[in-house]
Design a protein around this ligand. Structure first.
Ligand code: SF4
Length: 228
């Protein structure tokens, strides 16, 4: 008779290993949150859309100007495309971003009465909102169970052996299988910060890594020799 026990035992081991990794990252980053500045879900949604292909600092310089001129979705929905392009220019891809934000504002006003929906399917039904953006808003604005998979989360999860996939949707599924739902909201930002601080894409600091003993990635890097 076939048994699922070996599969369950493997999954159990993988879950224990994955949770130890998150426990260590939580110790290193106890109170982490997005570096985007916002005061409500609408502002976070707009900032997240603007953050594509640019830094959070760049976005944080632009959003105060944008929200001073168009505070609510109703205001932005009637903005002139030219004026909006001018305001978001420094975040790059300004034409596309202005177009996306206008369509997003119209969608939020027309379909959700000016309130950002607190529902994954509703969020991704809005123009310009993909899984990653919807997950960031749910996890950060409300602490809801969601895992946003960006390039850092993908790289860190792969190197640490938490996924063998490269498709973000499958990585999200793999992480959700390993972690308890109540911890999902705290995963992405910790992986992202760890990816920035230690597990860099090109130069991971393996010699100095607090997860080195849990990491199957090879070859691990060694400390560069300082020459005088
Ligand atoms: S040991 Fe290296 S590759 Fe593995 S998680 Fe740490 S920095 Fe990344």
């Amino acid at each position: 008779m076939a048994t699922d026990r070996p599969v369950e035992a493997t999954l159990g081991r993988r879950r224990r290993a994955a949770r130890l990794i998150l426990k260590r990252l939580t110790g290193i980053y106890p109170d982490i949150a997005t570096a985007l500045t916002y005061t409500d879900p609408w502002q976070l949604l707009v900032a997240t859309v603007l953050s594509a292909q640019t830094t959070d600092d760049n976005v944080n310089r632009v959003t105060p100007v944008l929200f001073a001129r168009w505070p609510l979705p109703e205001d932005l929905a009637t903005a002139s495309a030219d004026e909006l392009e001018e305001v978001v220019y420094s975040t790059g891809y300004y034409r596309q971003k202005a177009k996306s934000l206008l369509a997003l504002a119209v969608g939020v006003v027309d379909r959700f009465g000016g309130e950002v929906p607190r529902d994954f399917d509703d969020l991704v039904s809005l123009p310009g909102v993909g899984r990653k953006t919807a997950s960031v808003v749910l996890a950060e604005a409300w602490g809801d169970p969601a895992i946003a998979v960006d390039t850092h989360v993908k790289r860190v999860a792969q190197r640490l052996g938490l996924t063998a996939n490269s498709d973000p949707v499958k990585i999200e599924r793999d992480l959700k299988e390993l972690y308890l739902k109540q911890t999902w909201a705290g995963i992405s930002m910790r992986f992202i910060q760890f990816g920035r601080d230690t597990c860099d894409a090109r130069k991971p600091r393996c010699w100095d890594c607090p997860l080195r003993d849990r990491c199957p990635f090879e070859p691990k890097t060694t400390q560069p020799r300082i020459t005088t």
